[in-house]
Design a protein around this ligand. Structure first.
Ligand SMILES: Nc1ncnc2c1ncn2[C@@H]1O[C@H](COP(=O)(O)OP(=O)(O)O)[C@@H](O)[C@H]1O
Ligand SMILES: [Mg+2]
Length: 412
């Protein structure tokens, strides 16, 4: 088949004729790449869906037709679906409820979730985390809270631009992923996680099509948050001037262009443990880069409290000596504190399900070697972001205790 098509090409060219191939996927054989121009057909627009909706409801008596606002919402919530998917969703709504009302909007949105799930590269991420689940990071929180209302109609009228995105870089386990989830909770916007690994397909052009499709889908649910976790793994070595020029570079290029040109309120949160491998042009497309350092004394206290309460310790301030724990956990990150609290919980439970005690926590502390000690060089390398002012600190100096973080590195 491929051979035949290639043989046809010169003849077609001579006669100025074109062969049009229609396919739902971009699985084009490599041999044809130089002879074929690929045109993406976008999913139907709102007007198209409006016509479709009117067509589906054309036989309904006038008094049963939905109100204008409901109609508009039914159409809006179907954006991103194909014509057939939308028709099916509308039919299902009618079959289930016998009419078109708010329940229908939910049903159509549900159909879209399904499509997003099947797209492979995007995932609706349930995010119930709030500010109280994240210890410390006061500057990051303040920045986010200032933008809480930025996606409202009121903000549009005040001519406020949409926030575009942030990069959270820092030491592993300091709450970068957690902060992405918190933002979704704080802003009450859906969180869509982009799985860059799943974007890469084996066939030519497939990866670019996948990323374009994912972006398109995200735009149809906007305002929303698009979360690219561990971005450095996804895009490492994909920048301009990098060798390779493979799928990663093209996917990255597509993403970069979109970051630059998009008009839709899709806020991008990218997290990374290290971005020195990332192309510089990427960073300029975000509003700000935050650096998450080792938590200071005040922050570790908060993190201890969060996880102790979660472990069922009702009054940790009374039943435990927090100061000692804060003192001896210098150099530990949030994840490590969470783990050692959990360890202490197991110890207490295994011992006839008694209350957690100070010694359980201290034993767990003594057992764990924090990353900042085992991999001091990694932390030091990262802290250059703070020292050189390459990123904004996520926590304020004031909240830093006198014998702050530097000490860990000195003693390590
Ligand atoms: N600042 C924090 N406050 C409370 N818990 C934290 C904090 N940082 C980390 N944790 C705990 O550690 C877990 C892992 O953190 P995560 O956000 O995945 O780290 P990162 O993405 O920076 O590597 C979180 O789910 C949370 O339970
Ligand atoms: Mg993470």
């Amino acid at each position: 088949m491929t051979r035949k098509l290639r043989n046809m090409a010169p003849g077609l060219r001579a006669k100025n004729q074109f062969l049009v191939m229609i396919t739902p996927t971009r699985d084009l054989p490599v041999e044809l790449k130089d002879d074929v121009l690929v045109v993406d057909v976008p999913p139907p627009r709102a007007v198209d869906l409006g016509k479709l909706f009117d067509d589906v409801t054309s036989k309904m008596p006038r008094e049963e037709l939905p109100r204008r606002e409901v109609r508009a919402k039914l159409i809006g919530s179907a954006l991103g679906l194909t014509t057939n998917q939308a028709r099916l969703a509308y039919s299902q709504v009618y079959a289930q409820y016998g009419r078109f009302d708010d329940r229908g909007i939910e049903r159509v949105t549900y159909a879209k979730r399904q499509v997003i799930r099947e797209s492979g590269a995007l995932e609706f991420w349930p995010a119930e985390e709030g500010e109280a689940d994240v210890g410390g990071l006061d500057l990051l929180k303040a920045w986010l809270k200032k933008r809480e209302m930025a996606f409202t109609e009121e903000a549009r009228q005040a001519k406020l631009p949409y926030p575009r995105g942030v990069v959270l870089i820092g030491i592993p386990g300091t709450g970068k992923s957690l902060s992405a989830k918190m933002t979704s909770g704080l802003w009450k916007l859906p969180l869509l996680r982009l799985d860059v690994g799943a974007v890469f397909g084996s066939l030519l052009g497939e990866s670019e099509q996948n990323i374009r499709r994912a972006i398109q889908l995200a735009e149809t649910v906007s305002p929303c948050i698009l979360w690219v976790d561990e971005m450095e793994k996804a895009f490492a070595g994909a920048g301009a001037g990098m060798s390779g020029g493979g799928a990663a570079t093209r996917v990255f290029g597509t993403f970069l262009t979109w970051m630059q040109e998009r008009k839709t309120p899709v806020f991008v949160i990218a997290t990374a443990n290290d971005i020195s491998a990332l192309p510089a042009e990427l960073m300029g497309r975000f509003d700000r880069t935050f650096f998450l350092d080792l938590p200071n004394d005040a922050e570790r206290r908060q993190i201890f409290l969060i996880h102790l309460k979660r472990a069922g310790v009702a009054f940790p301030e009374r039943s435990l000596r927090l100061d000692t724990l804060v003192e001896s956990s210098r150099g530990y990150v949030g994840r490590e504190i969470e783990r050692l609290v959990r360890e202490a919980q197991f110890t207490a439970f295994a011992d006839e399900n008694r209350e957690m005690e100070q010694t359980d926590l201290e034993a767990a502390l003594a057992e764990t070697v924090p990353l900042s000690k085992s991999h001091a060089e990694v932390i030091e390398h990262l802290q250059k972001w703070r020292k050189e002012g390459l990123a904004s600190p996520a926590s304020s100096e004031e909240s830093r205790a006198p014998a702050g973080r530097g000490r860990v590195i000195e003693t390590a």
